[in-house]
Design a protein around this ligand. Structure first.
Ligand code: NI
Length: 245
């Protein structure tokens, strides 16, 4: 069930059975010449919604904006500062906890969110510990590409050219879900350089078309369908540990 398509009465009765919710979280940032700006938010939302259908758990609205400072030199990127994202996560958790949710699982589509969201969890737990809050609150962040079995599937699907940004896997997922938005663009070089970077200026200098280590042209919608199903099944299996779903 989608939270935004439910009434408060439906959520109240759902809470009698399960206190778990999945919150998709992504980013709006450049994804190279072929990838959509919304790729990370789209991937998290698509997989979370499919997993919710399989597992019968509640899926909240997607937090579409994330911490994307390193992509700010490309037009269209919208980034929250780490401090802003931490405040957003803290307020979302406080609201859901106030409703009675005790297991809040963020399904993530953007590696750049991990450090900030994990630190926000630390702040929340620290405050609750200091206040001797007796309610157990479980917080988890799961990136779809780190769900059980997915790295293996990615290695099989893309023996080379997967890279770490504007990857064919994330682009394939959006191609399957949003066929009207598929972009066919020649890539030069075919596989982008990879390595380190510091700030947004440095990122664009080192990776001029926005890709990192990826050959985005390997993306195929049919592979996107396989990835969505595999990640959704893996997330649904993970959710069985959070009480009745
Ligand atoms: Ni991405």
């Amino acid at each position: 069930m989608l939270l935004v398509e439910a009434t408060w009465k439906e959520v109240e009765s759902h809470l009698a059975d399960s206190r778990a919710i999945v919150m998709p979280i992504g980013s709006v940032e450049q994804h190279g010449p072929m990838g959509l700006l919304g790729t990370d938010a789209m991937c998290a939302e698509i997989i979370a919604r499919r997993a919710g259908e399989i597992g019968g758990f509640l899926v909240g609205p997607t937090l579409a904006l994330g911490m994307a400072q390193s992509h700010l030199a490309f037009p269209g990127t919208i980034s929250l500062k780490p401090s802003t994202l931490m405040a957003v996560v803290e307020d979302v958790v406080a609201s859901l906890s106030n409703s009675g949710f005790q297991q809040i699982i963020f399904l993530n589509g953007h590696g750049g969110n991990v450090a900030t969201v994990t630190t926000a969890f630390g702040e929340i737990h620290a405050q609750r510990s200091l206040q001797h809050d007796p309610d157990n609150l479980e917080l988890a962040l799961k990136s779809w590409f780190d769900l059980p079995g997915i790295r293996r599937l990615l290695a099989d699907m893309y023996p080379s050219g997967h890279g770490s940004h504007a990857t064919p896997s994330e682009i394939a997922i959006t191609q399957h879900a949003f066929p009207h938005a598929v972009k066919q663009v020649a890539l030069d070089p075919q596989t982008a350089p990879d390595g380190r970077f510091s700030d947004a200026h440095d990122f664009r200098k080192r990776y001029p078309d926005g890709r990192k280590g990826a050959d985005s042209s390997l993306a195929k919608p049919e592979d996107g369908a396989k990835l969505i199903e595999a990640a959704a099944q893996a997330l649904a299996a993970e959710m069985t540990r959070y009480g009745k779903t």
